[in-house]
Design a protein around this ligand. Structure first.
Ligand code: AVJ
Length: 322
């Protein structure tokens, strides 16, 4: 029997081999988030140019009562279920307000990382002693399967925040949302945070900070690959190069090899060749217009119920019904 760690490591290995053997080369941004990557993402959220987190925080502060009214009509009980809760920073604004209003609800953060969840739960116990928290350390849809099997009667409100949906390609986003729909009942709601199309320079500044934090965020995956597979990626020989396409809304991050070079991953018995200026496709952070969002909802079998904006209209939290 393989342990979970070995299985995870195996998928990581197969994914890395597949991505670096392909033309063009690619790696999955889902592997950014090891312990170091989590810490760098925290630094990103603290950067003045990274407007996404601040915008969503503002939206929750401004619209927390309107959101509560949508979620719970006359003290109707609900489960507030967060996909990929992380440190729950933005969600705390809602939790605090809902508690003050004596709403009848429970908070169920889902995260594949037990470690992330236990930090969050400890923190919530200290700051919100009256809050009912039920952490679910599982894959998103497996966690929903378990809740459904238990035949819970509470209305489900699913939170998918922070523009995490932007990491999906269009077809992946539709597939993910259709799967979501299969796990919901007609009365349940979905709240998704979308980053909006805007002045391209604002977007480029958020993904290309002068301090090099986002660069480190990307290069950290090469370090992680080196550590996992005894590799010899020389991170000083790769340039971080983000782009924004205002037509499609795709914000992409590439690592570009500055010279002809070979990288060996000893433990996998593999060597990969890079030509000078060859790129690795690292991440997509999709930006949406309101009509893109309407279209996406329709394609996945949902309907947009209400949109909540920050004052600069940088970001939208969109509430969907089915
Ligand atoms: C966590 C996926 C929302 O795409 O904006 C931040 C990750 N990448 N800077 C994003 C990220 C580069 C972030 N998400």
């Amino acid at each position: 029997m393989e342990t979970t760690a070995e299985v995870l490591n195996d998928t990581f290995a197969t994914d890395v081999i597949e991505g670096l053997s392909s033309t063009p080369k690619f790696l999955s941004s889902k592997y950014f988030y090891d312990e170091k990557g989590d810490a760098i993402f925290q630094q990103i959220m603290d950067m003045p140019s990274y407007y996404l987190t601040k915008s969503e925080h503002e939206i929750f502060n401004t619209h927390k009562q309107a959101l509560l009214s949508l979620f719970s009509d006359r003290q109707q009980a609900f489960h507030l279920i967060e996909f990929g809760a992380g440190d729950g920073m933005k969600t705390k604004v809602l939790l605090e307000h809902f508690l003050q209003q004596k709403a009848c609800f429970r908070y169920l953060p889902i995260d594949i990382s037990e470690n992330v969840l236990s930090i969050l739960v400890n923190d919530l116990e200290i700051n919100f002693p009256g809050l009912e928290v039920e952490p679910l350390a599982n894959e998103y849809f497996e966690a929903l399967d378990i809740l459904n099997e238990q035949q819970r009667t509470e209305r489900k409100i699913i939170l998918f925040l922070g523009s995490n949906i932007g990491n999906f390609l269009h077809n992946e986003a539709i597939e993910f949302l259709r799967q979501m729909r299969k796990h919901l009942r007609p009365d349940d709601l979905l709240l998704i945070g979308f980053d909006l199309k805007k002045d391209p320079q604002i977007i480029l500044d958020a993904y290309n900070d002068k301090e090099g934090i986002t660069r480190n965020f990307n290069l950290n995956l090469l370090d992680r690959i080196n550590a996992a597979f005894d590799g010899n990626f020389d991170t000083s020989q790769f340039i971080h190069s983000p782009t924004y396409n205002p037509l499609t809304g795709a914000t992409k991050s590439y690592l570009v090899s500055t010279k002809d070079q070979e990288v060996t991953l000893e433990r996998l018995g593999k060597t990969f060749k890079f030509e000078a200026w060859e790129a690795i496709d690292m991440e997509i952070s999709q930006k949406y217009s309101l009509s893109n969002i309407e279209h996406l909802a329709k394609q996945a079998g949902f309907e947009v119920m209400s949109n909540f904006f920050d004052k600069n209209k940088n970001f939208v939290d969109s509430v969907w019904t089915m």
